[in-house]
Design a protein around this ligand. Structure first.
Ligand SMILES: *Cc1c(COP(=O)(O)O)cnc(C)c1O
Length: 382
């Protein structure tokens, strides 16, 4: 006998049924260094102030004028250049979906295309696939730099509607060469495509493409710059924003579900922007910790850290032999046994063989991490 729900799945897309659900690792009781969250919480005073603010919000009403207040506060925070607009998303993830929707023409013979370097952020490909766009990943070079020739060739061949550049990239945490990106933007703009500069890690980065846009607005007329408050310190509230020429924002904003940002999210984000210096201070601590961790790891035998412009770092484990492909898996398990949770990226892309990705934590967490890594590296030699 077939299970009664089998028939109820009949109309679910086969490709959706074949998908795996986004896996969130079990993390209770762990040092949580797997998801690029800010490890710092608000002080008790700020928590109390925020609580009072949220308590007073009119939750009986649909989101209204407060959303505009938040847009204005963000525009001020980034010093929005003239001629550009700003829209909000329920996390950048939603903005990525809206971009795919904006380009996907239902029933069209010719599918719009998306190009992105890989390894990269999974949502670019996933969102493209779900909206029926053709996704074309282009491998990075072995040192995680952009392969300009390959990117340029893919763009020339496919004329993608969207090219994603995460700046810095996730998971590799590096910034790519500015001149290379400029040339790719010129190439994409020439036929009317868009380049999305995804700056999820901007608080930890030495550069922002917004400065480039300010200096060369005409050359960046096809650039959409995306940011999020997630890595800034508010992953729980789900707030992303996108900056682009007003005419472009006006079109994409038509696709936004009317009340996509809740009044509680908006009030919390406004509160955070009023205390931006608290979050800037936290980001400064994380950047300092990142450099200390990098130095400590450079001196550890059996592992190589990659320099980072974000609040994460990729480590490559060397293993016992040239063909030892399990060194990162073993290290991951030892770290887990020491209650340190990181992300095992060793099997997600060939360029990340034997790699783990970790989030930069508090000084205390990073001390625990280093001790656990020492244990992992000495046990793998045995
Ligand atoms: C985390 C991340 C995002 C998603 O951010 P949300 O606002 O939490 O949806 C977008 N892009 C990159 C590259 C990320 O790493």
């Amino acid at each position: 006998m077939t299970h009664p729900t089998t028939k109820a799945l009949r109309f679910i897309r086969p490709d959706v049924q074949a998908m795996h659900a986004y896996a969130v690792q079990h993390s209770v009781g762990m040092v949580k260094l797997d998801a690029m969250e800010n490890p710092f919480t608000l002080s008790p005073e700020l928590q109390a102030q925020l609580g009072a603010r949220l308590g007073a919000v009119a939750v009986n009403r649909y989101p209204g004028a407060r959303i505009d207040d938040l847009k204005h506060a963000l525009a001020k925070y980034v010093d929005l250049p003239a001629g550009l607009g700003l829209m909000l998303g329920n996390g950048s993830d939603e903005l990525i979906s809206l971009l795919s929707q904006a380009c996907a023409v239902p029933g069209s013979q010719e599918r719009a295309k998306v190009v992105a370097p890989e390894p990269g952020f999974v949502m670019y490909g996933m969102s493209a696939q779900l909206q029926g766009l053709q996704y074309i990943p282009v491998p990075l070079q072995a040192d995680f730099e952009l392969d300009e020739a390959a990117m340029s060739a893919a763009i020339a061949q496919h004329e993608p509607a969207i090219v994603y550049i995460a700046y810095p990239n996730n998971p590799t945490a590096n910034l790519w060469d500015v001149d290379t990106i400029r040339r790719l933007i010129t190439q994409v703009s020439a036929y009317g495509g868009w380049v999305v500069m995804d700056e999820a890690y901007q608080p930890f980065s030495s550069k922002s493409w917004l400065d480039e846009i300010r200096q060369h607005p005409a050359a960046n007329a096809h650039v959409l710059l995306m940011r999020t408050l997630s890595k800034f310190g508010l992953a729980g509230i789900r707030l992303g924003y996108m900056i682009a020429p007003t005419a472009l924002i006006n079109e994409i904003d038509k696709l936004r579900p009317p009340y996509n940002v809740s009044v509680l999210n908006a009030e919390c984000a406004l509160f955070a922007l009023e205390h931006a210096e608290v979050f800037a201070q936290q980001a400064a601590v994380i950047r300092t910790e990142r450099e200390a961790l990098f130095k400590a790891l450079q001196h550890m035998a059996g592992v190589t850290p990659y320099a980072s412009e974000a609040n994460m770092m990729v480590l490559r484990f060397h293993g016992n032999t040239d063909t030892d492909s399990e060194a990162a898996n073993r290290a991951f398990e030892v770290l887990k046994a020491h209650k340190v949770l990181v992300k095992n990226v060793s099997k997600i892309h060939p360029l990340l063989a034997n790699c783990l990705r970790l989030t930069i934590g508090t000084p205390e967490e990073n001390t625990l991490l280093l001790a656990a890594l020492q244990a992992a590296l000495s046990s793998s030699k045995a």
